[in-house]
Design a protein around this ligand. Structure first.
Ligand code: SF4
Length: 412
């Protein structure tokens, strides 16, 4: 019988769903694994809506819920009659969790995620529908930002050993992969738990040295204040490390950053971007920004807005503040909902204007793009480029940019 996975949230969840699909391939019945996210209340709402729809459409399917939603909002999912079983984030990656024989399990199997100390290497070399391969190198988080539930869903920070990561990247390249994205929860915390002199920068160095045939290496979100010296060197000197960095900035005002329990100040973020630009041409920055964090005044919000220009951000992920269960921020005085939404809209508008300016600046340039499905390619700086609709996926093309449509470049 076919096993289906429904994945919400981050790249880590995407890879983990592929792993679970492999483990559960022998299931003798209709099995649907819903891999949930808990970052926002909306993510939970969408997952529960999808579960109810699934149950209506496939009344005989066994619906198993896992992921950060199952780990953090256990009672909400356990209360759903549509849900046959709940599996925690620690157990979901284990083959025995999905063995068809072990049917006599607790309906709610949520382990203590804080007890997990090991990060298992991924064996997923490719995912259907994805041109680039995601390689999880780190999981969990030791920080406790006041708005965030992720540490309670993913546990404490733990890293995959360097040789295992290099082997995995080599397997992907041997299987024809052209681009690898290193992913995790708090990626820049990589290596701290390994007891050896390791860091994200040293890992990147080991990958590029150990897999010379790898054309492109990308990083998922990084915390600028945690970037190590080795990584700064690689960014400056390694053309195969792509010049696109997505920063977990969250806000532009120092008091708000303090109330979020972030580790950087506004000036650190601005300095980091300027420093990187002075070391590497053609760098593009993206960032996560929260609109309407509790107690945020109009003046404090204005400092998030003008951070877009001060850091030269191009790709914004804007999150209207969403109170998460049990977090300190959820107990702070709230900004009214309509103000939160209005601020999020202004931030998105600032992001769209910055993207438009970036795209306009690319017209006339030559770029090497890696093609994806649907007639889209990506430049080294991750900017989308429209190609002919039937362009084959997974190949490199040198193109001239002749225009843009406000969201993507257009190749001539
Ligand atoms: S660094 Fe902060 S925002 Fe990021 S996962 Fe950890 S607690 Fe959450």
């Amino acid at each position: 019988m076919a096993v289906e996975t429904l994945t919400f949230g981050c790249r880590l969840n995407t890879v983990e769903s592929e792993t679970m699909r492999g483990h559960a391939a022998g299931a003798p019945h209709d099995l649907v694994i819903v891999n949930t996210c808990a970052v926002t209340a909306e993510a939970g709402r969408q997952a529960r809506k999808a579960i109810r729809k699934l149950a209506r459409e496939r009344p005989n399917a066994e619906i198993v819920v896992t992921g950060c939603g199952a780990q953090v909002e256990t009672a909400d999912y356990a209360a759903m009659p549509e849900v046959a079983r709940l599996v925690g984030n620690a157990a979901k990656g284990r083959a025995e969790t999905w063995a068809p024989t072990a049917t006599a399990r607790d309906r709610v199997g949520i382990d203590d995620i804080m007890a997990v100390r090991h990060a298992a290497p991924s064996r997923v070399v490719a995912i259907a529908g994805h041109t680039r391969a995601f390689v999880p190198v780190q999981n969990g988080c030791d920080h406790r930002c006041t708005f965030c539930v992720i540490p309670f869903g993913r546990g404490n920070s733990r890293s995959v050993a360097v040789p295992d990561v290099v082997d995995q990247v080599r397997r992907i390249v041997d299987a024809g992969g052209c681009e690898v994205v290193l992913t995790g929860v708090d990626l820049t915390a990589y290596g701290r738990d390994l007891g050896t002199v390791s860091s994200l920068g040293r890992l990147v160095q080991a990958i590029l040295a150990g897999v010379p045939a790898l054309p492109r290496l990308r990083l998922s979100s990084i915390d600028s204040i945690e970037v190590d010296d080795a990584l700064m060197k690689v960014i400056a000197g390694e053309a195969r490390l792509m010049p696109h960095f997505h920063l977990s900035l969250q806000a532009g005002d120092d008091l708000v950053l303090k109330r979020m329990k972030r580790r950087h100040a506004r000036a650190d973020a601005i300095r980091f971007c300027a420093d990187i630009r002075s070391r590497r041409a053609g760098v593009v920055f993206g960032a996560d920004l929260i609109a309407g964090f509790p107690t945020e005044t109009e003046a404090q919000f204005a400092r998030s807005l003008d951070l877009v220009a001060e850091c030269g951000l191009t790709h914004l992920h804007v999150f209207p503040y969403s109170p998460r269960p049990g977090t300190p921020a959820a107990r702070m005085p709230m900004v009214p909902g309509d103000v939160v939404r209005e601020r999020a809209a202004r931030l998105r508008a600032a992001g769209a204007a910055a993207l438009d300016a970036h795209l306009a600046g690319e017209v006339g340039q030559r770029h090497r793009v890696l093609t994806e499905r649907g007639g889209i390619g990506r430049t080294e700086a991750f900017t989308p480029v429209r190609l002919e609709p039937d362009a084959p996926a997974g190949v490199f093309r040198d193109v001239t940019i002749v225009g843009h449509d406000g969201r993507a470049l257009i190749a001539g």
